[in-house]
Design a binder for this molecule. Structure first.
Ligand code: TYM
Length: 342
């Protein structure tokens, strides 16, 4: 039997930040390191998703490569033959399956996607594109082409995992066969990655919203290429509240709760700070962890071997195109685009 697939994608339309690290990168890298050989691990760049929101196209090539280097600096083991890195647009089956899948997807379903609603509200009607609308269908195809069972993503993407399951199951039922291996439920995913819920790291300056690379000021975002000094400043000036006393309370005290969560994610002990009257020591503890992490990460980044990435890309893209084409061909036969005789 072939190995179960674990897959995730990170867009390359801006710099990566610590939300990406804990939401998607480390969960998949930990599996790749811990169970080398047990799973197939696909960590890819959904480059066609990059311009679903406006970007500087002249920077995309550089950004794609920078992000791949970050995957390696974060610990992705390129020498493991079960680990694959690739760019979505280099495997045309992704686009092709999307065009087919669009015809099995309801307009209403896509209109209900929270991310679409949020992003289109920000952009305004004239700037909302069909590409943004279709984003979840392309994402579903990214997953279904390889029959991925586990897809580590942050909380903001959970709804897209659900729609992937719906679309996969819909086609399986419609054609009465197992065309697609459908990803596990979001609950099963959380159990697998040892979490009790989806992760959503908040912006340090405005903890009512998600830490996001599209934030205009970047004041509340710890980017992976921030200098440790800048990062320390961002943590020390994180917005908190005037209620006094360190406590978890996600609703009333999102700033403090976010700092406690960050401390835990970086391997610290939030318990040590619960009940303290001052916020300063908690902030300093988080700042220490963040700067240690960035120093180590950035030093690894300088020793990443670019040639190794290029070689791996070539091997992975060839191997993954084969896998993706097999799924695509089965779908093409089933919907009548290709003869069943092969
Ligand atoms: P992107 O690049 O916007 O985000 C990449 C991953 O980082 C997670 N993330 C966060 N997690 C926790 N807290 C945060 N503040 C935070 N910010 C970002 C996102 O949830 C995501 O997991 N749609 C995907 C890209 C994609 C994909 C796929 C992922 C395209 N096709 C197939 C998995 C499988 C996205 O949001 O990328």
């Amino acid at each position: 039997m072939s190995k179960e697939v674990i897959l995730t994608g990170l867009r390359a339309n801006n710099d990566l930040h610590i939300g990406h690290v804990f939401g998607a990168m480390l969960p998949i890298i930990d599996v790749a390191k811990q169970y080398a050989g047990k799973y197939q691990v696909n960590m890819f760049i959904p480059d066609l998703h990059s311009f679903t929101t406006p970007i500087d196209h002249s920077k995309l090539q550089q950004q794609i490569f920078d992000n791949l280097r970050m995957f390696v600096a974060a610990g992705l083991p390129l020498d493991n033959p079960n680990v694959h890195i690739y760019r979505q647009s280099y495997i045309p089956a992704h686009s092709e399956l999307t065009i087919i899948m669009n015809n099995f997807t309801g307009m209403g379903e896509m209109e209900r996607m929270t991310q679409f609603k949020d992003k289109s509200a920000k952009l305004g009607t004239n700037r909302v594109t069909v590409g943004l609308f279709d984003y979840p269908v392309l994402m579903a195809c990214d997953i279904l082409l390889y029959g991925a069972a586990y897809v580590p993503v942050g909380d903001d993407q959970s709804q897209h995992i659900e729609i992937t399951r719906d679309l996969g199951q819909r086609l399986n039922a419609r054609f009465d066969q197992e065309l697609f291996v459908v990803p596990k439920t979001v609950k099963e995913q959380h159990e697998f990655f040892g979490k009790d819920q989806g992760l959503r790291i908040k912006d340090l300056a405005d903890p009512t919203k998600k830490m996001s690379k599209s934030d205009e000021t970047g004041k509340g975002v710890i980017f992976l290429n921030d200098s440790p000094e800048i990062a320390r400043k961002k943590v020390m000036s994180a917005a908190t509240d005037s209620l006094g006393g360190v406590q978890y309370d996600y609703r009333e005290r999102p700033g403090i709760s976010n700092l406690l969560d960050l401390l835990k994610l970086f391997g610290g002990s939030p318990e040590d700070f619960i009940g303290q009257t001052q916020y300063g020591p908690l902030k300093s503890a988080v700042a220490d962890k963040v700067t240690d992490f960035l120093e180590e990460f950035q030093s690894k980044l300088t020793s990443v071997n670019d040639d190794k990435i290029l070689q791996k890309l070539e091997i992975s893209e060839e191997a993954m195109a084969k896998q993706a084409n097999q799924t695509l061909f089965k779908v093409q036969q089933t919907v009548g685009l290709r003869s069943k005789d092969g």
